[in-house]
Ligand binder design. Structure first.
Ligand SMILES: [Zn+2]
Length: 245
């Protein structure tokens, strides 16, 4: 009897009721607050030396951090927290004037030390995962953001090496277009905040924005930054002040 229990437990754990309801591997989650459901997807990198180390940390109750998914370098997917639950990945920040991002989002951690490129198998697996999430929760491409977008000045992941443009080509994120248009530099902060960024000093917003949309740019805000921001605002801004009259 005592011998049979572990085997039964292992069998039960390996049988998945469906791909939408994996057995949670991390204890670090709770209920989404206020009846909120996922309306954003937040991309992170782990900034750790290995995927195994990141998995251990994201499943350790002492650290009180988690994410819904962890993607290894080779594309192996670990489902840590059910999509219906509130994982603890986002922390302080906001997007489109909305806070408690943990209650509003699904968090994806990519194994990455913070400086290295993201390998092709990992990117392909991310694309498959994102397509499923957007379909399951009926989310538009602009719902996919970086941790650095919602927490400018505090977070820098997934970093300058993450290929947002690639995701945008298949409708899994957004990219400004047409490129090369300019707008008054002094409008940059207003434009990016209408797109979704939180209120912050212009230099802080510029650092976060360039990390995602113009990582090669240097110097203070210019007309090209403002042009990119204007393009995103015109296509994706939602009214943050309530219903449109
Ligand atoms: Zn992060």
């Amino acid at each position: 009897m005592a011998m049979a229990l572990p085997a039964a437990g292992i069998r039960a754990r390996s049988v998945q009721p469906s791909s939408n309801a994996p057995v949670p591997l991390s204890p670090n989650f709770g209920e989404r607050r206020g009846g909120l459901v996922p309306e954003l997807v937040v991309i992170h990198y782990t900034a750790m030396e290995s995927c195994a180390a990141a998995a251990a940390r994201l499943c350790d109750p002492r650290h009180e951090v988690s994410a819904h998914y962890l993607l290894d370098y080779d594309g192996t997917l670990l489902a840590l927290v059910p999509e219906t639950a509130r994982a603890w990945h986002a922390g302080a920040g906001s997007w489109c004037g909305r806070d408690d991002i943990n209650s509003r989002s699904i968090g994806i951690e990519l194994a990455n030390d913070g400086a290295e490129p993201f390998p092709e198998p990992q990117m392909r697996a991310l694309e498959t995962l994102l397509a499923g999430i957007l379909a399951r929760w009926n989310l538009p491409p602009e719902a996919v953001i970086g941790h650095s977008d919602m927490a400018p000045g505090r977070k820098t992941d997934p970093g300058a090496r993450f290929d947002w443009r690639r995701l945008a080509r298949t409708g899994l994120a957004v990219w400004p277009e047409p490129l090369g248009q300019t707008a008054p530099a002094e409008s940059f902060a207003a434009f990016v905040q209408r797109f979704g960024y939180p209120a912050a000093p212009t230099e802080t917003l510029l650092a976060a924005f360039r990390l995602r949309f113009r990582p090669w740019a240097k110097g203070s805000v210019d007309g090209l930054d403002a042009g990119l921001a204007q393009s995103l605002m015109l296509r994706f801004a939602i009214d943050q002040d309530g219903p449109v009259g």
